[in-house]
Design a protein around this ligand. Structure first.
Ligand code: ATR
Length: 270
């Protein structure tokens, strides 16, 4: 657990992650390890920002001399609105998870992190099923489509998936049921894992389990229910740690213009 500062009581530091709640964020540990490995003298703290206070909190951290922040749930859209300029991907997706405070310049490294986490994985085909239509889903869809995947999208509340597709013009197939037939990659972007709930999936629809990957954006101690179920069907599994590291590495590179020490960052998450 992090030492957490309410944003009004933030200490003098260089970087922060803002979110609500923020106690369990691994970003402080990961970025401290990165700074140390890169020989940079900088500090990184966890700052709690309740909903509705993002703009004031970012103004405050900026006035304290913070150089940059990472932004996590549920603030990525408010953070985008605070920025004066954003990178292309951030502008397209209307979210920001990384900000250069001085320039009020933001970006979104989630999609890049997700794509990088899959870079070494070889699967039999390019059929993906994405589950969920929450805050992180848009970055995942954008990254998959950019990488040439055929994507089907299912969400418990279908209208939310529909709205997501319309809002961003994603070229994906909308599913009524979470049909896994022929899927090579199944990405769980829902928060069901966080509450230990099971999604209504028929894993036996995955025809070539050994050549398929079940990917849960969540992570924690041990496998999530989603990954345990997939594993019991002989499907490869991956949790959200590598994506967390890769999005953090991209944030590090955005702030410092130096290559991120990825191994040290990943080691800090184990
Ligand atoms: P938000 O929707 O406010 O952005 P989120 O935590 O990013 O919040 O998204 C939660 C996602 O997990 C949603 O897609 C949600 O589905 P609904 O849109 O139907 O609410 C999904 N989710 C959470 N618990 C779930 C469960 N038990 N089964 C299926 N989907 C679940």
């Amino acid at each position: 657990m992090n030492e957490v500062f309410p944003w009004r009581e933030a200490p003098k530091a260089d970087f922060a992650v803002i979110g609500y709640p923020i106690h369990h964020s691994l970003s402080p540990k990961m970025h401290a390890a990165a700074f140390e490995a890169a020989g940079l003298s900088a500090s990184y703290v966890a700052t709690e920002v309740p909903p509705g206070e993002v703009g004031s909190a970012l103004d405050h951290l900026r006035s304290l001399g913070y150089r940059g922040v990472n932004v996590t749930v549920p603030h990525k859209e408010d953070a985008f609105r605070w920025c004066e300029s954003t990178t292309d991907v951030s502008t397209r997706l209307r979210v920001c998870n990384t900000i250069d405070l001085e320039r009020r310049h933001g970006t979104s490294t989630d999609g890049q992190g997700f794509a990088a986490s899959l870079a070494d994985i070889e699967l039999d085909g390019k059929q993906a099923v994405v589950l969920g239509a929450g805050g992180s889903t848009r970055s995942i869809l954008e990254a998959l489509l950019k990488d040439g995947w055929h994507v089907s999208l299912w969400n418990r509340t279908k209208s939310k998936a529909e709205a997501l597709i319309l809002d961003f013009g994603f070229d994906v197939t909308l599913l009524d049921e979470p049909n896994l037939l022929g899927a090579n990659l199944i990405v769980n972007t829902t928060s069901a894992s966080l509450s230990g709930e099971r999604l209504p999936l028929d894993w036996d629809e995955v025809l070539t389990p050994a050549d398929a990957l079940a990917y849960d954006l969540a992570y924690g101690a041990g496998l999530t229910t989603f990954l345990k179920d997939a594993q019991s069907w002989g499907i490869q599994t991956m949790d959200g740690r590598k994506m967390l590291m890769e999005q953090g590495a991209a944030a590090f590179e955005f702030w410092w213009g130096l290559p991120a020490p990825r191994e040290a960052m990943l080691a800090a998450l184990q």
